[in-house]
Write a protein that binds this ligand. Structure first.
Ligand SMILES: [Zn+2]
Length: 430
């Protein structure tokens, strides 16, 4: 039904669209039709070389005279259109290269022997950042392995082409993964305005860390001004050795975590002892009352904590010590912070709680590094590393099915590495 008379427009053809969106130098789209491919209706675009154009040798990249042409055409998966699969179809030529012998030609829309066009691989990799790899595979009707290889290709390109200029602040963090006590070390850039994952290191040994910083490069190491780490000895040692101009700040998030673990140990020891002595289990279900910060407790946990405060329990003494430590971070002047630390440690030692005393020992051993927080103008607070840590942990849980470390590493870089993407001639990619 036409309401008004409109000027006639030429009908649009898919071939025209393809020429507009994915022009291929030295090749032309011959025909585009609807065909059955693998039991499904799909759009198939036939490609042939432009007249008199020479084929490019896949060995050396030079244009060489043609030798012959494959009898059977090859299909390349392309970006789908209106939920229809799209394939590019082409008879590959072979070239006679004086350097490489007879080789198959190199085509500009697909790299290597991949059955997907580059534009499709970038397309899949982008979706794989928003969906799981499995969902991506299902949505676009490709094997899971095609998604994995597309992501790997994009990530490999990104890692080779990323730029480390301007990295002045790093965060180093350990994350447990898989079954058992396997650890990996993550290195982040935590400069304000540019936060990304820089390194995924298997394990948390000195050797593994040294290897990372070697690949990071001496010049970039020299640019780093601040590093946030926890008190893990190999990290501190490698930072001191490899980052000569950096202030090593002990991260507030990690110290709070360590102290929390000490309090939890006190509670567990005490709960066990009370049980042995036949007292009713008042400490049962109290774990989170002590672990969480008071402000974050639920009403029920708050009531439980209030109830517990009536008893002279070791757990309560430990809890109160933990809460009072928070004040340390609020000092502006390092001198007063140091004074507070000294007093707090003395008080904690008098508590005669073994896990707490152990924590004090750790703090005392790292006192200078602890004070660096104030020298760095309190700029790098717990929020940054903690936030990255949460995001990564979420990804690891999502990626748990990947199992192999290398695949997980690829997934993490893809998600959090802020990597540059391969170039594509396809216009609607970007
Ligand atoms: Zn060649």
């Amino acid at each position: 039904m036409y309401l008004t008379q409109r000027p006639r427009r030429p009908p649009i053809q898919i071939k025209t669209l393809l020429n507009k969106l994915q022009p291929i130098k030295r090749f032309v789209y011959v025909a585009v039709g609807l065909e059955e491919v693998g039991g499904r209706e799909a759009i198939v675009a036939d490609i042939r070389p432009r007249k008199n154009s020479r084929a490019r040798c896949s060995g050396c990249g030079h244009d060489r005279p043609g030798y012959d042409r494959a009898k059977d055409p090859r299909l390349f998966r392309f970006v789908p259109l209106w939920n229809l699969d799209v394939h590019l179809r082409y008879h590959m030529r072979r070239v006679d290269c004086p350097g490489c012998g007879v080789t198959v030609e190199r085509v500009p829309w697909a790299t290597g022997k991949h059955a997907c066009a580059d534009a499709m691989r970038i397309f899949l990799a982008r979706w794989a950042r928003r969906l799981s790899w499995k969902e991506t595979a299902t949505c676009f009707r490709v094997p899971w392995d095609t998604v994995r290889r597309s992501v790997e290709w994009v990530v490999r390109y990104g890692l080779q082409n990323r730029d480390f200029t301007g990295v002045t602040a790093l965060g180093i963090d350990e994350v447990a993964y898989g079954a058992g006590h396997k650890y990996m070390t993550l290195v982040y850039q935590i400069d304000s305005g540019s936060r990304r994952l820089l390194g995924v290191v298997e394990g948390r040994t000195i050797k593994a860390m040294l290897r990372f910083f070697r690949s990071f490069g001496k010049a970039h190491c020299a640019q780093v001004k601040v590093v946030c780490t926890d008190m893990w000895h190999p990290y501190i040692k490698v930072v001191a050795k490899k980052l000569p101009n950096a202030l090593n700040v002990l991260d507030r998030f990690h110290i709070a975590k360590k102290l929390g673990e000490a309090v939890d140990q006190v509670r567990r020891d005490e709960a066990g002892k009370l049980r042995e002595e036949g007292y009713e289990p008042i400490l049962k279900n109290a774990r989170y009352c002590f672990l969480k910060r008071a402000a974050n407790l639920t009403a029920r946990q708050g009531a439980k904590l209030k109830d517990l405060l009536h008893y002279n329990l070791a757990s309560i003494r430990a809890y109160l010590l933990k809460e009072s430590f928070d004040a340390f971070w609020s000092y502006d002047h390092p001198r007063w912070a140091r004074w507070f630390l000294k007093n707090w440690c003395a008080r904690a030692m008098r508590s005669r709680l073994e896990p707490i005393k152990k924590f004090v020992g750790t703090l005392r051993r790292h006192e200078d590094l602890l004070m660096n927080y104030f020298l760095a103008n309190k700029e790098f607070n717990s929020g940054i590393v903690e936030g990255m840590n949460l995001k990564i942990n979420l990804s690891i849980r999502k990626a748990f099915g990947y199992k192999a470390f290398e695949v997980m590493k690829t997934a993490l870089f893809h998600q959090h590495g802020d990597l540059p993407e391969p170039e594509s001639t396809h216009r609607f990619c970007r």
